[in-house]
Write a new protein. Structure first.
Length: 57
């Protein structure tokens, strides 16, 4: 099962994306400032990117 999510930017453009159930749960947790019991794949990727970009500045 997939869910459609509409993304809107500053000039009112909409883009629809389709995500799976686990992605919906993760997005919902982020909007509600909830933490998962363990880091998820995208959390690890974000951490790597933040550390890499921080060291390059």
């Amino acid at each position: 099962m997939h869910t459609e999510i509409a993304l809107e930017n500053d000039i009112d453009n909409l883009v629809s994306i389709y995500v799976g159930y686990m992605e919906v749960l993760s997005i919902n947790q982020a909007f509600n400032n909830q933490m998962a019991s363990r880091p998820l794949t995208h959390d690890l990727l974000i951490n790597i990117l933040q550390r890499t970009l921080y060291h390059r500045r």
